[in-house]
Write a protein that binds this ligand. Structure first.
Ligand code: SF4
Length: 210
């Protein structure tokens, strides 16, 4: 398994090159993006984030001070905006009450403990929690998503019913616990998933992993 995962990474990296993920000027912006991106594409998330920036509210306490309806209106471009406004406020409540809205305090928290805390915030699931840990806080945690599962399944590296935790363990048990590697690997999987390993009609004949 270790060899398979290393080979996949090498092929993807040599084909696509570095992906420079995750887009965001600050760790807080990355967290907001991770919560807003659920079920939509990044262009729509970017529009929502641009709205928050143009209103000067892309800071934890300012965002939390907004009425929920106003917040929902600002993030409307990213879809499911009422649900996402509630989720964002749930996270902000946790972040401000538990950590004073201070990213450095969040970073100092031990990763397993923090992961458990994030998962206890209503609306934050494993993929979002792990995206926050890896991309915003530089913790060595592998992010699993639908692209990851599809690719591994099609290459018969997992079973159909593999859980999030089982897929994550596959990477974390077989690769060096390295933030840069996990960051790049996940981004490359997303890239090959979008360009080649599509849900319908995968483009295997021209894929770098053929
Ligand atoms: S498109 Fe085909 S070759 Fe490429 S990753 Fe998917 S299943 Fe593998």
């Amino acid at each position: 398994m270790k060899n398979n995962l290393c080979l996949v990474y090498k092929k993807l990296f040599s084909f696509f090159g570095p992906q420079a993920w995750w887009p965001g000027e600050t760790a807080f912006e990355v967290i907001v993006g991770a919560i807003l991106t659920q079920g939509t594409n990044w262009q729509n998330v970017q529009k929502a984030i641009d709205n928050l920036k143009s209103q000067g509210v892309l800071e934890a306490k300012k965002l939390y001070a907004l009425p929920e309806k106003k917040l929902a209106a600002l993030i409307r471009p990213c879809g499911y905006y009422n649900i996402k406004a509630r989720r964002l406020r749930n996270f902000l409540s946790f972040f401000i009450k538990g950590y004073g809205g201070n990213i450095r305090r969040l970073i100092q928290r031990e990763e397993g403990t923090l992961r458990g805390e994030l998962l206890s915030v209503k609306g934050i699931g494993p993929e979002t929690a792990d995206s926050i840990l890896l991309y915003a806080l530089n913790k060595p945690v592998f992010v699993v998503d639908a692209y990851t599962k599809r690719l591994l399944l099609r290459h018969r590296l997992i079973k159909e019913d593999a859980t999030y935790g089982q897929v994550q363990d596959l990477f974390m048990d077989n690769l060096k616990k390295d933030v840069r590697l996990f960051n790049e690997y996940h981004a490359l999987i997303v890239k090959v998933g979008k360009d080649f390993c599509r849900k319908n009609k995968p483009r295997c004949s021209i894929c770098p992993l053929k």
